[in-house]
Structures are given as C-alpha cells and as structure tokens.
Ligand binder design. Structure first.
Ligand code: ATR
Length: 302
C-alpha cells in the first residue's frame, strides 16, 4: 500500500532551534508552492531558515498567528482566506498594504507585527520580466475583489495610459475607481469602471486592449468571466492576456489564445511576490543573490 505522508500543516517554531522559521498561512494550504519557492531562495542566498505551512481553522487566524509569533516565528505569508485578518492583526501597515486593503506578508520586530502586501509588485515584475510594456498601455482589469484592489496601486504607478476595471456587478468596480481616483489623477492615468456586460459593446470600451488581466475568481471554477462576444472585442494578436490563476490554461486564456493573443498564467506573480517577501525578511541586500526567474523555470519543469 502506498503511504503518503501529509505535509505538516501546523509548523511549530519551537521545534526548530537555532533556525529562523517562516510559514505560509491559508486554508486549505497543503497545495501551496510557497515552501518550495522559499526553500530555493534560501539555498540561492545561503540563508539558514525553515519555511513551512500553517492551516488555521476558519475564524481562528488571529489566535494561530499570535501563537506562531509568540513561539518565535519570524514571518508569515498569508493567502486565501486570511489576507483581511492579517491586515487586522498587524500593528503597523505599509502604505501599499493600506491601499491594497489586504496583507500577504507579516514580520515581527521588537514585538510589533508589521504588515505589507507584495502581490501588486509581484505582478508588475512578472509582466516586465515577460517583456510587457505597461507604461502608456491600455489595461483592462477584470474583477473588483481583493485581488484587483491589491494590484491596482502598483499598476497605476507604472503610468499606463488607461485602466478600465470591469466587474460583474458595477457597484464594486465603482468603489475601486473612487478609492484609487486621487492616485490615478496624480499619475495622469484615466481610470474607469464598467460591467463585464459592457465589454460586448466596442463603443463603450474602445476595445481592444494591450493588457488584459483576469483578477476574478472565475478561473477557479473553470469558467471565463467574459463572453465570446466580449473576447472578440477585447483581444487582438498584439494583446497580452494574464490570468492570476496558475497551473492550468483557463477558459479565459483559451479565449485569448484563440484570437492570437499571448497569454500567461499567474505562476510568475506567485514567485515574484515571494521574492519580495523573502527580501523583506532576510534583507534587501540579498536581492542580487536570488534568481526568481530561475526558480520560476524550475517550478514550470516540475
Ligand atoms: P478575491 O479577494 O480573490 O479577489 P473576491 O473579493 O471574492 O475574491 O472577488 C472575486 C471577484 O471575482 C469579484 O470581482 C467577483 O465578481 P462580483 O463582485 O460580481 O462577485 C468575481 N467573480 C467571481 N466569480 C465570477 C464569475 N464566474 N464571473 C465573473 N466574475 C466573477
């Protein structure tokens, strides 16, 4: 009989004396690639550390995180569904974590818990590494939930010409536009909200777009957030379609491929946000020692 050892879902820092301990916290968490990614960064930069998993029960993130830090844990990445709880737990937030409305990286220093969000920076770095010109481009951002909010600030800072946020229901997209309107004005970026239905109307969207980012949860349930009519308006062969989901060619990516556009899943964003978290914990002077694109290539070959 094949016996599979379950990955440790409750890393206890007291079990690792003399080693700095980090975890990724989420529920579920056994599927997470973060331990593999951070293990590679630690090896590249010769850091003595352990990076494990933590799976708090739903509603128990705060208790589990406090216990982890009280036991000597140094830092934590946070994924679904705890990013808002992590923001609430932090004593101090970086400006980008504040505007993102969520925290994906915690660290402890002198008893204080600091919260940051590296998701948006991770997306931007992955796009740039794939040769995508963001400055001056027209961007369509699909979805107006936490994932969109987390990346809007860093995208705006790249000075695209325009960002259109399209969501199933327009109230949430309107809210995001309100929230980011000052930043957009200060950077001279046109920011506008539409519904996903509006994308079927070329006049409303002045389609096509240079960059289309799927930040909806639709890919997880194997559907595309946009209709085929909308897809025909949005994508042209010079478009780049990016899905934040990773590990599969989603229906959204297939619609884009079908119209000759270039596509990417979100694995590079995962690796790049991890690189930023690693440097926050271990020191930015290690930036030259880690090679995130090599780690990404290794993950793709697994
Ligand atoms: P997250 O924090 O991961 O972004 P969220 O806040 O639940 O998750 O937001 C999910 C986003 O995906 C929302 O924009 C949601 O649209 P609504 O605001 O209209 O709910 C969008 N979404 C989820 N499933 C979708 C689907 N099947 N088609 C289109 N949009 C979808």
């Amino acid at each position: 009989m094949n016996q599979v050892t379950p990955p440790d879902l409750h890393t206890d820092p007291t079990q690792f004396s003399g080693v700095d301990v980090y975890v990724v916290a989420g529920n579920p968490i056994s599927h997470s690639k973060s331990p593999t990614i951070h293990k590679r960064f630690a090896a590249q930069s010769d850091q003595k550390m352990y990076y494990g998993r933590l799976q708090p029960a739903l509603g128990e993130f705060k208790i589990a995180a406090q216990a982890f830090f009280a036991a000597g844990g140094k830092g934590m990445n946070i994924t679904v569904p705890f990013k808002l709880d992590a923001q609430a737990l932090a004593d101090v937030l970086t400006p980008r974590a504040k505007i993102a409305g969520a925290v994906n990286t915690l660290r402890i220093e002198d008893g204080k818990i600091f919260g940051d969000n590296t998701d948006g920076a991770g997306l931007v770095r992955d796009l740039l590494a794939q040769g995508i010109q963001i400055q001056g481009s027209r961007i369509l951002l699909l979805g107006a939930g936490g994932a969109s909010r987390g990346v809007l600030g860093p995208l705006l800072e790249q000075s695209p010409k325009e960002i259109i946020i399209a969501n199933r229901s327009n109230a949430k997209a309107d809210e995001l536009v309100q929230l980011f309107s000052d930043l957009a004005v200060s950077l001279d970026v046109a920011l506008q909200a539409l519904t996903l239905g509006d994308l079927e109307d070329v006049v409303k969207t002045t389609s096509p777009f240079d960059l289309i980012i799927n930040a909806t949860a639709a890919g997880l349930s194997d559907v595309s957030p946009i209709s085929d009519v909308a897809a025909s308006n949005i994508f042209i062969p010079k478009s780049f379609a990016y899905d934040m989901v990773y590990g599969k060619a989603t229906p959204f990516m297939q619609q884009a491929l079908h119209r000759g556009a270039r596509v990417s899943d979100g694995l590079g964003m995962l690796v790049e946000q991890a690189a930023d978290a690693f440097l926050i914990w271990r020191g930015s002077e290690l930036a030259d020692t880690i090679d995130s694109r090599a780690v990404l290539a290794e993950l793709r070959n697994f």
